[in-house]
Design a protein around this ligand. Sequence first.
Ligand code: CTP
Length: 414
Amino acid sequence: MELSGKHLVLGLSGGIACYKAAELCRALVKAGATVQIVMTEAAGHFITPVTLQALSNRPVFDSQWDAREGNNMAHINLSREADAIVIAPASADFMAKLIHGRADDLLSLMCLARPLERVPLIVAPAMNREMWAHPATQRNVAQLKADGVHVLDVGQGDQACGETGDGRMLEADEILQELISFFAPKRLAGQQVLVTAGPTYEAIDPVRGITNLSSGKMGFAIARAACEAGAAVTLVAGPVSLPTPRGVRRIDVRSARDMLQAVQAQVDAASVFVATAAVADWRPAASADQKIKKDGSGDTPALRFVENPDILATVAQSPRGQQGQRGEAGGLFCVGFAAESHDLLAHASAKRERKGVPLLVGNIGPATFGQDDNALLLIDAGGATELPRASKLNLARQLIAEISRRLPPGAPTR
Ligand code: CTP
Protein backbone atom coordinates (compact mmCIF):
# COMPACT_ATOMS: atom_id res chain seq x y z
CA MET A 1 0.00 0.00 0.00
CA GLU A 2 1.53 3.20 -1.23
CA LEU A 3 0.76 5.39 1.78
CA SER A 4 1.19 2.88 4.58
CA GLY A 5 2.88 4.40 7.59
CA LYS A 6 1.83 7.92 6.59
CA HIS A 7 -0.30 9.99 8.91
CA LEU A 8 -2.18 12.74 7.12
CA VAL A 9 -4.28 15.57 8.45
CA LEU A 10 -7.04 16.10 5.92
CA GLY A 11 -8.43 19.60 6.34
CA LEU A 12 -11.73 20.68 4.81
CA SER A 13 -12.65 24.30 4.25
CA GLY A 14 -16.09 25.36 2.98
CA GLY A 15 -17.11 24.43 -0.55
CA ILE A 16 -19.33 22.06 -2.45
CA ALA A 17 -16.23 19.97 -3.23
CA CYS A 18 -16.46 18.75 0.40
CA TYR A 19 -18.41 15.83 -1.04
CA LYS A 20 -15.24 14.74 -2.83
CA ALA A 21 -13.30 14.94 0.43
CA ALA A 22 -15.33 11.96 1.68
CA GLU A 23 -14.11 9.90 -1.29
CA LEU A 24 -10.59 11.21 -0.78
CA CYS A 25 -10.62 10.21 2.88
CA ARG A 26 -11.70 6.72 1.90
CA ALA A 27 -9.04 6.47 -0.81
CA LEU A 28 -6.29 7.60 1.57
CA VAL A 29 -7.32 5.03 4.18
CA LYS A 30 -7.45 2.35 1.50
CA ALA A 31 -3.93 3.33 0.42
CA GLY A 32 -2.74 2.63 3.96
CA ALA A 33 -2.64 6.13 5.49
CA THR A 34 -4.13 7.10 8.82
CA VAL A 35 -6.27 10.18 8.39
CA GLN A 36 -7.17 12.84 10.93
CA ILE A 37 -9.99 15.09 9.76
CA VAL A 38 -10.00 18.75 10.73
CA MET A 39 -12.78 20.89 9.31
CA THR A 40 -13.84 24.52 9.41
CA GLU A 41 -17.27 25.66 10.47
CA ALA A 42 -18.05 26.48 6.82
CA ALA A 43 -17.14 22.91 5.77
CA GLY A 44 -19.71 21.69 8.28
CA HIS A 45 -22.43 23.32 6.16
CA PHE A 46 -21.53 20.98 3.28
CA ILE A 47 -20.74 17.68 4.98
CA THR A 48 -21.21 16.35 8.49
CA PRO A 49 -18.45 15.25 10.85
CA VAL A 50 -20.37 11.97 11.25
CA THR A 51 -19.62 10.95 7.66
CA LEU A 52 -15.96 11.85 7.97
CA GLN A 53 -15.54 10.18 11.36
CA ALA A 54 -17.00 6.98 9.96
CA LEU A 55 -14.69 7.07 6.93
CA SER A 56 -11.53 8.03 8.82
CA ASN A 57 -12.35 5.91 11.85
CA ARG A 58 -11.29 8.79 14.13
CA PRO A 59 -13.13 11.60 15.88
CA VAL A 60 -13.20 14.79 13.83
CA PHE A 61 -11.83 18.11 15.11
CA ASP A 62 -13.59 21.31 14.16
CA SER A 63 -12.89 23.77 16.97
CA GLN A 64 -9.81 25.29 18.56
CA TRP A 65 -11.68 25.15 21.88
CA ASP A 66 -12.06 21.36 21.74
CA ALA A 67 -11.46 20.12 25.29
CA ARG A 68 -10.74 16.52 24.27
CA GLU A 69 -7.00 17.19 24.05
CA GLY A 70 -5.35 17.01 27.49
CA ASN A 71 -3.45 20.25 27.03
CA ASN A 72 -6.30 21.85 25.03
CA MET A 73 -3.88 22.50 22.19
CA ALA A 74 -5.29 20.53 19.29
CA HIS A 75 -3.49 22.84 16.82
CA ILE A 76 -0.10 21.82 18.23
CA ASN A 77 -0.77 18.15 18.83
CA LEU A 78 -2.44 17.42 15.49
CA SER A 79 0.16 19.25 13.42
CA ARG A 80 3.18 17.67 15.16
CA GLU A 81 2.14 14.10 14.43
CA ALA A 82 1.32 14.63 10.73
CA ASP A 83 3.51 13.63 7.77
CA ALA A 84 1.60 16.25 5.78
CA ILE A 85 -1.43 18.49 6.06
CA VAL A 86 -3.68 18.28 3.01
CA ILE A 87 -6.37 20.93 2.59
CA ALA A 88 -9.06 19.59 0.25
CA PRO A 89 -11.09 21.51 -0.59
CA ALA A 90 -9.11 24.73 -0.13
CA SER A 91 -11.59 27.57 -0.66
CA ALA A 92 -10.58 31.00 -2.00
CA ASP A 93 -11.19 32.44 1.46
CA PHE A 94 -9.10 29.81 3.20
CA MET A 95 -6.14 30.39 0.86
CA ALA A 96 -6.44 34.14 1.48
CA LYS A 97 -6.26 33.42 5.22
CA LEU A 98 -3.22 31.19 4.80
CA ILE A 99 -1.13 33.82 3.03
CA HIS A 100 -1.81 36.32 5.82
CA GLY A 101 -1.03 33.86 8.59
CA ARG A 102 -4.49 34.31 10.07
CA ALA A 103 -5.41 31.81 12.75
CA ASP A 104 -8.97 32.35 13.92
CA ASP A 105 -10.15 28.75 13.58
CA LEU A 106 -8.55 25.39 14.28
CA LEU A 107 -7.59 24.57 10.68
CA SER A 108 -5.83 27.86 9.90
CA LEU A 109 -4.31 27.91 13.39
CA MET A 110 -2.92 24.43 12.84
CA CYS A 111 -1.47 25.37 9.41
CA LEU A 112 0.30 28.35 11.00
CA ALA A 113 1.55 26.30 13.94
CA ARG A 114 2.96 23.42 11.87
CA PRO A 115 6.75 22.92 11.87
CA LEU A 116 7.59 24.35 8.44
CA GLU A 117 10.56 22.12 7.59
CA ARG A 118 8.97 18.89 8.74
CA VAL A 119 5.26 19.04 7.90
CA PRO A 120 4.49 19.96 4.29
CA LEU A 121 1.24 21.73 3.46
CA ILE A 122 -0.57 20.61 0.32
CA VAL A 123 -3.68 22.43 -0.89
CA ALA A 124 -6.27 21.38 -3.46
CA PRO A 125 -8.12 24.55 -4.49
CA ALA A 126 -11.84 24.38 -5.31
CA MET A 127 -14.01 27.27 -6.41
CA ASN A 128 -16.09 28.89 -9.13
CA ARG A 129 -14.15 29.72 -12.30
CA GLU A 130 -14.48 33.51 -11.85
CA MET A 131 -13.18 33.23 -8.30
CA TRP A 132 -10.28 31.08 -9.51
CA ALA A 133 -9.39 33.45 -12.37
CA HIS A 134 -9.64 36.55 -10.17
CA PRO A 135 -6.30 38.36 -9.83
CA ALA A 136 -6.65 38.23 -6.03
CA THR A 137 -6.84 34.42 -6.05
CA GLN A 138 -4.01 34.08 -8.57
CA ARG A 139 -1.90 36.43 -6.45
CA ASN A 140 -2.67 34.32 -3.38
CA VAL A 141 -1.75 31.09 -5.20
CA ALA A 142 1.58 32.61 -6.26
CA GLN A 143 2.22 33.75 -2.68
CA LEU A 144 1.35 30.32 -1.27
CA LYS A 145 3.84 28.72 -3.67
CA ALA A 146 6.48 31.29 -2.70
CA ASP A 147 5.82 30.36 0.94
CA GLY A 148 6.62 26.72 0.15
CA VAL A 149 3.04 25.44 0.01
CA HIS A 150 2.43 22.68 -2.53
CA VAL A 151 -0.57 23.95 -4.54
CA LEU A 152 -2.24 21.29 -6.68
CA ASP A 153 -3.76 22.10 -10.06
CA VAL A 154 -7.47 22.63 -10.43
CA GLY A 155 -9.65 20.55 -12.71
CA GLN A 156 -11.64 21.90 -15.61
CA GLY A 157 -15.26 21.28 -16.58
CA ASP A 158 -18.85 21.62 -15.35
CA GLN A 159 -19.17 23.35 -12.00
CA ALA A 160 -21.82 22.98 -9.33
CA CYS A 161 -22.93 26.58 -10.00
CA GLY A 162 -23.85 25.63 -13.57
CA GLU A 163 -20.87 27.38 -15.16
CA THR A 164 -18.05 25.66 -16.99
CA GLY A 165 -14.34 26.36 -16.60
CA ASP A 166 -11.28 26.05 -14.37
CA GLY A 167 -11.58 25.75 -10.61
CA ARG A 168 -13.08 22.35 -9.86
CA MET A 169 -11.24 20.41 -7.21
CA LEU A 170 -9.28 17.47 -8.63
CA GLU A 171 -11.02 14.12 -8.26
CA ALA A 172 -10.20 12.02 -5.20
CA ASP A 173 -8.18 9.57 -7.26
CA GLU A 174 -6.14 12.38 -8.84
CA ILE A 175 -5.33 13.86 -5.43
CA LEU A 176 -4.36 10.40 -4.22
CA GLN A 177 -1.96 10.05 -7.15
CA GLU A 178 -0.50 13.48 -6.40
CA LEU A 179 0.09 12.49 -2.78
CA ILE A 180 1.71 9.18 -3.73
CA SER A 181 4.02 11.12 -6.09
CA PHE A 182 4.69 13.70 -3.41
CA PHE A 183 6.02 11.09 -1.00
CA ALA A 184 7.90 8.99 -3.60
CA PRO A 185 11.73 9.19 -3.47
CA LYS A 186 12.92 11.50 -6.25
CA ARG A 187 15.37 9.00 -7.73
CA LEU A 188 15.09 10.39 -11.24
CA ALA A 189 15.03 14.10 -10.43
CA GLY A 190 16.38 16.04 -13.39
CA GLN A 191 16.10 13.09 -15.78
CA GLN A 192 14.09 13.18 -19.00
CA VAL A 193 12.53 9.79 -19.61
CA LEU A 194 11.13 8.71 -22.97
CA VAL A 195 8.90 5.61 -22.98
CA THR A 196 7.26 3.70 -25.83
CA ALA A 197 4.18 1.64 -24.99
CA GLY A 198 1.38 -0.43 -26.45
CA PRO A 199 1.10 -2.19 -29.79
CA THR A 200 1.47 -0.63 -33.20
CA TYR A 201 -1.18 -0.88 -35.91
CA GLU A 202 -0.13 -1.52 -39.48
CA ALA A 203 -2.85 -0.69 -41.98
CA ILE A 204 -3.83 -3.10 -44.76
CA ASP A 205 -6.51 -0.75 -46.04
CA PRO A 206 -8.55 2.09 -44.44
CA VAL A 207 -10.60 -0.33 -42.31
CA ARG A 208 -8.25 -3.24 -41.62
CA GLY A 209 -4.81 -3.76 -40.22
CA ILE A 210 -2.56 -6.01 -38.20
CA THR A 211 -1.73 -5.42 -34.58
CA ASN A 212 -1.09 -7.47 -31.42
CA LEU A 213 -2.49 -8.01 -27.95
CA SER A 214 -0.22 -5.61 -26.05
CA SER A 215 -2.39 -3.53 -23.67
CA GLY A 216 0.24 -0.86 -22.94
CA LYS A 217 -0.24 -1.32 -19.19
CA MET A 218 3.43 -2.00 -18.40
CA GLY A 219 4.65 1.02 -20.36
CA PHE A 220 2.03 3.31 -18.84
CA ALA A 221 2.97 2.05 -15.37
CA ILE A 222 6.64 2.79 -16.10
CA ALA A 223 5.78 6.29 -17.29
CA ARG A 224 3.80 6.86 -14.09
CA ALA A 225 6.56 5.48 -11.85
CA ALA A 226 9.21 7.61 -13.61
CA CYS A 227 7.04 10.68 -13.10
CA GLU A 228 6.57 9.82 -9.40
CA ALA A 229 10.36 9.54 -9.17
CA GLY A 230 10.68 13.16 -10.34
CA ALA A 231 11.52 12.70 -14.04
CA ALA A 232 10.00 14.69 -16.89
CA VAL A 233 8.29 11.94 -18.87
CA THR A 234 7.20 11.68 -22.50
CA LEU A 235 5.15 8.63 -23.42
CA VAL A 236 4.83 7.61 -27.07
CA ALA A 237 1.79 5.36 -27.14
CA GLY A 238 0.43 3.07 -29.82
CA PRO A 239 -3.36 2.56 -30.03
CA VAL A 240 -4.48 1.70 -26.48
CA SER A 241 -7.41 2.76 -24.35
CA LEU A 242 -5.63 3.78 -21.16
CA PRO A 243 -5.79 7.10 -19.32
CA THR A 244 -2.63 9.21 -19.38
CA PRO A 245 -0.82 9.09 -16.03
CA ARG A 246 -0.87 12.47 -14.28
CA GLY A 247 2.01 14.72 -15.21
CA VAL A 248 3.07 12.62 -18.21
CA ARG A 249 3.26 14.13 -21.70
CA ARG A 250 1.68 11.72 -24.15
CA ILE A 251 2.09 11.45 -27.92
CA ASP A 252 -0.30 9.05 -29.65
CA VAL A 253 0.89 7.18 -32.74
CA ARG A 254 -0.39 4.31 -34.84
CA SER A 255 2.24 2.56 -36.91
CA ALA A 256 5.83 1.54 -36.17
CA ARG A 257 7.07 4.21 -38.57
CA ASP A 258 4.98 6.89 -36.78
CA MET A 259 6.41 5.65 -33.49
CA LEU A 260 9.98 5.85 -34.78
CA GLN A 261 9.37 9.38 -36.05
CA ALA A 262 7.89 10.52 -32.71
CA VAL A 263 10.76 8.90 -30.79
CA GLN A 264 13.37 10.51 -33.01
CA ALA A 265 11.76 13.92 -32.48
CA GLN A 266 11.98 13.51 -28.69
CA VAL A 267 15.09 11.47 -28.08
CA ASP A 268 17.68 14.27 -28.14
CA ALA A 269 16.15 15.72 -24.99
CA ALA A 270 15.99 12.35 -23.21
CA SER A 271 18.49 10.86 -20.78
CA VAL A 272 16.67 7.51 -20.39
CA PHE A 273 14.79 5.57 -23.09
CA VAL A 274 12.54 2.66 -22.11
CA ALA A 275 11.14 0.68 -25.06
CA THR A 276 8.19 -1.34 -23.83
CA ALA A 277 6.15 -1.12 -27.04
CA ALA A 278 5.26 -4.35 -28.81
CA VAL A 279 6.20 -2.94 -32.19
CA ALA A 280 4.89 -4.95 -35.16
CA ASP A 281 7.88 -6.61 -36.76
CA TRP A 282 6.31 -6.42 -40.21
CA ARG A 283 3.83 -4.23 -42.06
CA PRO A 284 1.97 -4.83 -45.32
CA ALA A 285 4.24 -3.82 -48.20
CA ALA A 286 1.46 -1.59 -49.52
CA SER A 287 -1.58 -0.18 -47.77
CA ALA A 288 -4.59 0.18 -50.08
CA ASP A 289 -6.21 3.64 -50.26
CA GLN A 290 -9.66 2.10 -50.48
CA LYS A 291 -11.22 -0.86 -48.75
CA ILE A 292 -10.20 -4.09 -50.45
CA LYS A 293 -13.45 -5.71 -51.69
CA LYS A 294 -14.23 -9.36 -52.34
CA ASP A 295 -14.49 -9.88 -56.09
CA GLY A 296 -16.71 -12.98 -55.83
CA SER A 297 -14.05 -15.33 -57.20
CA GLY A 298 -13.20 -16.76 -53.80
CA ASP A 299 -9.55 -15.61 -54.23
CA THR A 300 -7.90 -14.06 -51.16
CA PRO A 301 -5.73 -10.98 -51.41
CA ALA A 302 -2.02 -11.79 -51.55
CA LEU A 303 -0.51 -9.77 -48.72
CA ARG A 304 3.21 -9.14 -48.85
CA PHE A 305 5.05 -7.88 -45.79
CA VAL A 306 8.15 -5.77 -45.28
CA GLU A 307 10.14 -5.41 -42.09
CA ASN A 308 9.52 -2.44 -39.82
CA PRO A 309 12.38 -0.35 -38.47
CA ASP A 310 13.70 -1.52 -35.12
CA ILE A 311 13.12 1.55 -32.95
CA LEU A 312 15.11 0.38 -29.95
CA ALA A 313 18.10 -0.77 -31.99
CA THR A 314 18.09 2.47 -34.01
CA VAL A 315 18.14 4.56 -30.84
CA ALA A 316 20.58 2.32 -28.95
CA GLN A 317 23.05 2.38 -31.83
CA SER A 318 23.01 6.18 -32.13
CA PRO A 319 26.13 7.93 -30.75
CA ARG A 320 24.32 8.88 -27.50
CA GLY A 321 22.90 5.38 -27.15
CA GLN A 322 26.44 3.98 -27.45
CA GLN A 323 27.68 6.47 -24.86
CA GLY A 324 24.90 5.30 -22.54
CA GLN A 325 25.92 1.69 -23.18
CA ARG A 326 29.46 2.56 -22.07
CA GLY A 327 28.09 4.24 -18.94
CA GLU A 328 29.27 7.70 -19.92
CA ALA A 329 27.63 10.82 -18.53
CA GLY A 330 25.59 12.66 -21.15
CA GLY A 331 24.73 9.37 -22.86
CA LEU A 332 21.27 7.92 -23.35
CA PHE A 333 20.55 4.96 -21.07
CA CYS A 334 18.44 2.53 -23.12
CA VAL A 335 16.25 -0.17 -21.63
CA GLY A 336 14.70 -2.84 -23.85
CA PHE A 337 11.96 -5.36 -23.19
CA ALA A 338 11.78 -8.90 -24.47
CA ALA A 339 8.51 -10.76 -24.69
CA GLU A 340 9.42 -14.41 -25.01
CA SER A 341 7.41 -17.61 -24.80
CA HIS A 342 10.21 -19.90 -23.46
CA ASP A 343 13.92 -20.00 -22.46
CA LEU A 344 13.60 -16.45 -21.13
CA LEU A 345 17.16 -16.08 -19.81
CA ALA A 346 18.87 -17.33 -22.97
CA HIS A 347 16.67 -15.39 -25.39
CA ALA A 348 16.67 -12.19 -23.37
CA SER A 349 20.46 -12.27 -22.88
CA ALA A 350 20.98 -12.75 -26.62
CA LYS A 351 18.53 -9.92 -27.34
CA ARG A 352 20.40 -7.57 -25.00
CA GLU A 353 23.62 -8.16 -26.98
CA ARG A 354 21.86 -7.90 -30.32
CA LYS A 355 20.09 -4.64 -29.52
CA GLY A 356 23.15 -3.16 -27.81
CA VAL A 357 21.41 -2.00 -24.61
CA PRO A 358 22.83 -1.91 -21.08
CA LEU A 359 19.63 -3.29 -19.53
CA LEU A 360 17.06 -5.67 -20.96
CA VAL A 361 13.88 -6.68 -19.19
CA GLY A 362 12.56 -10.12 -20.05
CA ASN A 363 9.03 -11.36 -19.50
CA ILE A 364 6.87 -14.19 -20.73
CA GLY A 365 4.67 -12.60 -23.41
CA PRO A 366 1.56 -14.79 -23.30
CA ALA A 367 1.49 -14.56 -19.48
CA THR A 368 1.58 -10.76 -19.41
CA PHE A 369 -0.29 -9.29 -22.39
CA GLY A 370 -3.42 -7.59 -21.04
CA GLN A 371 -2.82 -8.72 -17.43
CA ASP A 372 -2.53 -6.42 -14.42
CA ASP A 373 0.43 -8.29 -12.99
CA ASN A 374 3.66 -9.70 -14.34
CA ALA A 375 7.08 -11.06 -13.36
CA LEU A 376 10.32 -9.63 -14.77
CA LEU A 377 13.86 -10.80 -15.34
CA LEU A 378 16.41 -7.97 -15.51
CA ILE A 379 19.54 -8.67 -17.49
CA ASP A 380 22.60 -6.47 -17.60
CA ALA A 381 26.33 -7.02 -18.11
CA GLY A 382 26.59 -8.32 -14.54
CA GLY A 383 23.94 -11.04 -14.86
CA ALA A 384 20.26 -11.54 -14.17
CA THR A 385 17.97 -10.29 -11.37
CA GLU A 386 14.44 -11.58 -10.85
CA LEU A 387 11.56 -9.30 -9.91
CA PRO A 388 8.90 -11.77 -8.72
CA ARG A 389 5.25 -11.59 -9.74
CA ALA A 390 3.55 -8.38 -8.61
CA SER A 391 1.26 -5.71 -10.03
CA LYS A 392 2.66 -3.91 -13.08
CA LEU A 393 2.74 -0.63 -11.13
CA ASN A 394 4.71 -2.24 -8.33
CA LEU A 395 7.15 -3.77 -10.83
CA ALA A 396 7.43 -0.45 -12.66
CA ARG A 397 8.46 1.26 -9.42
CA GLN A 398 11.07 -1.43 -8.74
CA LEU A 399 12.35 -1.12 -12.30
CA ILE A 400 12.68 2.66 -11.95
CA ALA A 401 14.74 2.11 -8.79
CA GLU A 402 16.92 -0.39 -10.68
CA ILE A 403 17.40 2.03 -13.58
CA SER A 404 18.31 4.89 -11.24
CA ARG A 405 21.00 2.70 -9.63
CA ARG A 406 22.54 2.05 -13.05
CA LEU A 407 22.70 5.65 -14.26
CA PRO A 408 26.18 7.17 -14.36
CA PRO A 409 27.13 9.26 -11.34
CA GLY A 410 26.76 12.99 -11.74
CA ALA A 411 23.42 12.53 -13.48
CA PRO A 412 21.48 15.77 -13.63
CA THR A 413 19.48 16.91 -10.60
CA ARG A 414 16.68 19.38 -10.70
N1 CTP B 1 11.42 -3.09 -30.56
C1 CTP B 1 11.45 -1.89 -31.26
N2 CTP B 1 11.16 -1.86 -32.58
C2 CTP B 1 10.85 -2.99 -33.25
C3 CTP B 1 10.81 -4.23 -32.56
C4 CTP B 1 11.10 -4.25 -31.22
O1 CTP B 1 11.73 -0.85 -30.64
N3 CTP B 1 10.56 -2.92 -34.53
C5 CTP B 1 11.79 -3.11 -29.15
C6 CTP B 1 10.66 -3.46 -28.22
O2 CTP B 1 10.01 -2.29 -27.75
C7 CTP B 1 11.40 -4.18 -27.10
C8 CTP B 1 12.54 -4.85 -27.80
O3 CTP B 1 12.73 -4.14 -28.99
O4 CTP B 1 11.97 -3.26 -26.18
C9 CTP B 1 12.34 -6.33 -28.08
O5 CTP B 1 11.25 -6.57 -28.87
P1 CTP B 1 10.84 -8.06 -29.32
O6 CTP B 1 9.73 -7.93 -30.29
O7 CTP B 1 10.60 -8.89 -28.13
O8 CTP B 1 12.13 -8.55 -30.00
P2 CTP B 1 12.49 -8.69 -31.50
O9 CTP B 1 13.68 -7.85 -31.74
O10 CTP B 1 11.33 -8.43 -32.36
O11 CTP B 1 12.93 -10.20 -31.59
P3 CTP B 1 12.06 -11.53 -31.86
O12 CTP B 1 10.80 -11.10 -32.55
O13 CTP B 1 12.97 -12.33 -32.65
O14 CTP B 1 11.80 -12.12 -30.51
